[in-house]
Design a protein around this ligand. Structure first.
Ligand code: IPD
Ligand code: CA
Length: 274
């Protein structure tokens, strides 16, 4: 770990604060299905007026609290002040205003605001806050992970055939077909599969031992940045997405006892070409 780290407790507190304020706004503005919706990358990839309003709030609060840092958000992209590609020292906040937008749209309470702060390839702190339950997940690098202040720890699963594994599917029809085929093949190798609908919360679920592992191809940084740190700090092994990985450009996060067999089986089932 870099000795020149900024105050990680403070960064974690900022992540929790802005994610909690954003979650309050999202909860107030729960939309009626079908209203205030436009589509993004495909007709099923929706953005609600609430996604936009929540991201605006996050950007405004981060500008007030952390004026020197930049912001990368799902809806408005990278802020003009970003210079983190330069000397790699600028902090960047990576935010997803509502992860689990489709759940949100249908009134399913499993969605969250995700806020992480990164420097270069390292995630320093993060928070995932669920508007419906008010649950607050957070972590800082080397500082552990908690939910509502209670320490998190991954499950002790050691056998892939007894493991509960979650996954997700992107919005592009072609890739979804390949993702579905991989999940279908994986079904006979594990206890069962879950598709909860929020990557950030899939990672928190691994952190809590509610699932033994999670994998998903082609997700965006804002989907996984905070959740991956929370899972790592709870004891999970996390492989961030890497196009050169033998299991393709997927994130894989799992309790240590099953991570090797899980990645091996993904490779054997052709995950590289998903
Ligand atoms: C999506 C969710 C979903 C995952 C998709 C993501 P969004 O994010 O995290 O679980 O499977 O890949 O795009 O659109 O709800 O913010
Ligand atoms: Ca997302």
């Amino acid at each position: 770990m870099d000795s020149d780290l900024p105050d990680l407790d403070n960064l974690r507190a900022v992540a929790v604060l802005v994610a909690t304020e954003a979650a309050e706004l999202a909860a107030e503005k729960q939309v009626v299905a079908g209203e205030q919706v436009r589509t993004k990358s495909s007709r099923t990839d929706v953005v609600t007026a609430v996604d936009t309003a929540v991201e605006e709030l996050l950007r405004r609060r981060l500008a007030e609290l952390r004026p020197s840092d930049s912001v990368l958000g799902e809806e408005a992209g990278l802020s003009a002040t970003d210079s983190s590609a330069g000397d790699g020292q600028q902090l960047r906040w990576v935010v997803d205003p509502i992860d689990g937008t489709v759940n949100f749209l249908y009134g399913i309470p499993w969605y969250a605001v995700s806020v992480a702060v990164v420097r270069g390839a390292e995630t320093l702190a993060g928070a995932v806050v669920e508007p419906a339950s008010g649950r607050v997940w957070s972590a800082s690098l080397g500082g552990g992970a908690t939910v509502d202040g209670r320490p998190l720890a991954v499950s002790g699963a050691e056998e892939l055939s007894l493991a509960l594994v979650s996954t997700g599917f992107g919005y592009q029809a072609e890739r979804r077909g390949r993702q579905g085929a991989l999940a279908a093949s994986l079904l006979s190798e594990v206890r069962d599969i879950r598709r909860f609908g929020s990557a950030a919360l899939d990672l928190c679920a691994v952190a809590a031992g509610w699932c033994d592992g999670y994998y998903e191809h082609a997700i965006n940084h804002w989907d996984w940045a905070a959740g991956a740190l929370i899972a790592t700090e709870a004891g999970a092994v996390v492989h961030p997405p890497d196009p050169a990985a033998p299991f393709g450009n997927a994130i894989v996060a799992a309790t240590p006892g099953i991570v090797v067999p899980l990645t091996e089986v993904l490779v054997a089932l052709g995950a590289e070409t998903v």
